[in-house]
Design a protein around this ligand. Structure first.
Ligand SMILES: *Cc1c(COP(=O)(O)O)cnc(C)c1O
Length: 358
């Protein structure tokens, strides 16, 4: 795929960029450029452009605006100590985008094109990758149905877009334990889109998330749709439960939870530590019983944005319970440090997880 370069006519000055990178927050500032690639039935993927970050023009009848044919990914570019820019398992994001595309009847994007789009954007906006501890450049690839047509069937035109947003340290000092609310709503049903990274899943999670915030919690916990008994995941993070006997449980990938790349990486790291990690169903009642008996020592959530986050408190309509002392646990902190060190290039990459771009 040939990418046409159309440089921004008035890119951010070095000084203004440095100022932005000093305190980037999350998700509200974007780099000077974006990648767009078009798809239609006759030509497949074509017209790849690295151009100025700007608005997208859509026909008001564009399919994405009516039936939500939209999927996305999220990954980070890290600044290594030697100045190189690196990605963490980006081919997994490429693969997962295609798995999501399958579920939403959207076209496959060749993995090489996905990775090339990142290389192309980093080539022009690499200076936007911050170097401060805990900071990164968050990459957001997504695909939308652009065909102007109100009929209910897979669209015949799509656009792939890659944008990037500098992200500061998610937590200023270590990860504080979060409090979670057990929602009565469900996120995904068997046979639904729970394993796809699509905007529709998030739209459906906003009311439960708002409810959790209003009750003073940080995150929402979803149980399974059929029995409302089995723990699935948080709104955007997978969960792990660690026991005093050295075993760890995480809910299995049975189609209703999102197969997190952080989840997969942590399973590998924990097994290397000698922990007995099992992917098996775990019920909310068992969680409470194990937390109260002291058998469960830590619980943690994971995802690209916040890496590994300890869970301190759990509450639902039937009451609540505390994990350990309610604060961050040692295993959680150790895993977080292990993973972050690999991503940031301060520990050896023994798994071939890191792709250095420059
Ligand atoms: C993206 C996402 C995750 C985490 O996946 P990572 O690849 O680890 O970032 C977990 N749950 C949901 C619902 C997600 O959308």
């Amino acid at each position: 795929m040939e990418f046409v370069a159309s440089p921004h006519p008035s890119p951010t000055s070095d000084e203004a960029r440095q100022q932005e990178l000093a305190n980037p927050g999350f998700g509200s500032r974007f780099t000077d450029h974006m990648v767009t690639i078009e798809w239609d039935e006759e030509r497949g993927w074509h017209d790849a452009v690295v151009g100025p970050y700007q608005g997208i023009t859509l026909d008001p009848s564009a399919a994405v605006l009516h039936y939500a044919q939209e999927i996305f990914e999220g990954l980070k570019a890290y600044r290594h100590p030697d100045g190189a820019i690196a990605l963490f398992r980006p081919e997994q994001n490429a693969r997962r985008l295609n798995a999501s595309a399958d579920r939403l009847a959207m076209p496959q994007l060749p993995e090489e094109v996905f990775l090339d789009s990142i290389r192309q954007l980093i080539a022009v906006d690499g200076d936007w990758v911050p170097s401060a501890a805990g900071s990164s450049l968050y990459l957001r690839p997504f695909m939308i149905a652009t065909e102007a047509f109100l009929g209910v069937r897979p669209a015949k035109k799509y656009k792939f877009v890659l944008i990037a947003s500098p992200a500061g340290n998610y937590f200023k000092s270590g990860a504080p334990a979060v409090s979670i609310w057990i929602s009565d709503y469900t996120r995904a049903a068997p046979g639904g889109t729970g394993a796809a990274k699509c905007g529709g899943n998030y739209a459906a999670s906003l009311v439960p998330t708002k409810e959790a915030f209003e009750r003073g919690h940080d995150q929402v916990l979803f149980l399974d749709a059929a029995e409302h008994k089995w723990i699935e995941e948080l709104g955007g993070m997978n969960l792990f439960f660690a026991f005093e006997d050295g075993s760890v449980i995480t809910p299995p990938l049975a189609g209703t939870i999102l197969p997190g790349i952080t989840r997969d990486s942590l399973i590998t790291l924990m097994r290397e530590e000698g922990l007995d990690v099992r992917e098996e169903p775990y019920s909310i009642d068992q969680w409470q019983a194990d937390a109260e008996s002291g058998k469960l020592i830590e619980a943690y959530a994971c995802g690209t944005a916040a890496v590994v986050t300890p869970v301190g408190k759990v509450e639902g309509r039937k009451g609540g319970f505390t994990i350990g002392s309610g604060g961050p646990g040692q295993l959680t902190a150790k895993l977080r440090d292990r993973l972050v060190a690999i991503q940031r290039g301060t520990a050896e990459d023994t798994h071939g997880w890191v792709t250095r771009l420059t």
